[in-house]
Design a protein around this ligand. Structure first.
Ligand code: ZN
Length: 336
């Protein structure tokens, strides 16, 4: 066995939790092809390792080409989630925080409640899942109050996230709604510091009260933002392959994830949109391992972070971490 395949096996075997994955970006290609071979005859070109998106618009074009015609019913959401868990089970996933897009309500005419119910019913009994709804910066184009009230009243929705192109400044409705969601017991997230600079990370921390930042990588450009994030105990849910393919970092060897981790911000590794990027969760660990020459000790730390920052009972976290530690010990011993 080569060293690389030993590393790959080690990474695959680690118990993992994923915190940043879009359900619409997780379409099940095999099933799509069987369901509608004409519509879905060629997979996205972005599966190629060396594919780079020129603009965020190009990424959205793929969403319109593949995702919008697929995600048309609660059943399709359920099917997508079932298939996602089949893949992740092979990678020893124990816990997931995934999101669906609020904008889908406008495309499909479905309600947040029916989508959320279908998704939660599709989660296997032995997996832990927390569901987020991602809201666009501009909110809904109509029936905003109705949608927002329903989100707060839907128990299957565990939290809210800010999605879409990061256009700033934040609008007042979002500041009010993030406050209302917190009072309603929802967990708060926001995409920031991916397309926009470090001030966006500061803004979602200070104005939305968010501690779970999606991406956050451009915080690296401002030490005061990194200090703030570390001080308030923020964690960054990072997607290295997405960052490279969308050219938010020029090359994986320049990815700031290790520097953010060194600055005291716990980082997790995630796939973002595995259907678009053609990646597995293990691929993300492997990309960081190879691109940044990361030690198995640090790679295991990313897996640990995925449990310490999870919404799980302390006993489950400790159990997973003990398993990670023992797998690491075996792996290190085999390397000697
Ligand atoms: Zn994302």
């Amino acid at each position: 066995m080569t060293r690389n395949s030993e590393l790959q096996d080690f990474l695959k075997s680690l118990p993992k939790a994923e915190h940043h994955i879009h359900i619409e970006g997780s379409c099940p290609w095999d099933i799509m092809g069987r369901t509608d071979p004409q519509q879905f005859d060629t997979p996205p070109p972005s599966w190629a390792d060396d594919y780079r998106f020129e603009t965020f618009d190009d990424f959205e074009q793929l969403i319109f080409k593949y995702v919008v015609p697929w995600m048309i019913s609660p059943e399709r959401y359920a099917q997508t989630v079932e298939e996602l868990f089949k893949v992740r089970r092979e990678e020893n996933l124990r816990y997931i925080e995934f999101s669906f897009a609020g904008i889908a309500l406008e495309f499909t005419g479905l309600s947040a409640r029916e989508i959320a119910q279908a998704i939660k019913e599709a989660v296997p009994q032995d997996m832990e899942a927390r569901l987020y709804i991602g809201l666009h910066h501009a909110g809904f184009s109509s029936n905003q109050d109705h949608h927002l009230t329903e989100i707060l009243d839907t128990p299957q929705i565990d939290g809210i996230d800010l999605h879409g192109p990061e256009e700033f400044p934040l609008e007042d409705w979002s500041k009010d709604f993030w406050k209302a969601a917190k009072s309603a017991g929802k967990t708060l997230k926001a995409h920031a510091g991916e397309l926009s600079g470090p001030s966006a990370v500061r803004e979602v921390i200070e104005d939305l009260g968010v501690t779970k930042i999606q991406h956050g990588i451009r915080a690296i450009e401002d030490p005061s933002v990194m200090d703030l994030a570390a001080q308030i105990g923020a964690s960054f849910d990072i997607c290295p392959i997405s960052n490279v393919k969308l050219q938010n970092v020029p090359d994986i060897s320049l990815h700031p994830v290790l520097k953010l981790e060194d600055a005291g911000i716990p980082c997790t590794l995630n796939t973002d949109d595995p259907f678009i990027f053609g990646n597995t969760l293990t691929d993300e660990y492997l990309a960081v391992a190879e691109g940044l020459h990361t030690s198995p000790i640090q790679l295991a730390q990313f897996a640990r972070n995925s449990f310490t920052t999870a919404d799980l009972p302390e006993s489950s976290k400790l159990e997973a971490i003990a398993e990670i530690d023992s797998l690491l010990e075996i792996h290190l011993a085999a390397m000697d």
